[in-house]
Ligand binder design. Sequence first.
Ligand code: E4P
Length: 224
Amino acid sequence: MIYMLDTANLKDIARCVDLYPITGVTTNPSIVAKENRPLAAILKDIKNIIGDEIMLHAQVMGKDADTIVKEAYSLKEVVGSNFVVKIPATAEGIKAMKIISKKGDLRITATAILSPQQALMAAVAGAEFLAPYVNRLDNICADGVKVVSDIVTLLQKHNLKAKVLAASFKNVQQVHDVSMTGAQSVTVAPDVFEQLILHPLTDSGVAGFVRDWEGVYGKDTTVL
Ligand code: E4P
């Protein structure tokens, strides 16, 4: 599983990248707008935290393929080698994916995917990651996990290299159900991300170990 963090909040990024095995940070225009600062400044600040190893995904806003391509390369200048451009799976977006993937010098995430056929076409157009929006589908009773599962199956059946980057989660159950489909990656907002490993029995179990140990070996002692 490739874990990514879906936020532009610098404090959350610093904390989660330090604690968890995160290999990507994803943003979208709504996430960026919450920060209310220029995109380039936000991306540079994120980059200062995550360095060169962790991917940074940012989305273009152009409405036609030529503008999208220009935006993509301009954002790559800002971020550097770990940049992945997010392009919506619209007709102009697919055209831009074809152009960029032909050049072969920029990684692509196809985003705003709500159907398996959008994902399939984006994969054929050269996208490396395909981002279906699970919760937005669940919100309209359209079964986001089934859409992800169908995309996983399509990629296997058509022998495509693209990876599912499941997105738009509101709870741990959705992330779990998507993980069970074999989706290769997820991007999760910090609040849900931090809940992935929470369990009250782990907390009480660890508290019991501390109580028993410290009762014999002394407060705050370790095995060192
Ligand atoms: C990621 O690519 C998406 O932009 C994001 O996960 C959407 O999440 P939302 O449905 O919570 O806005």
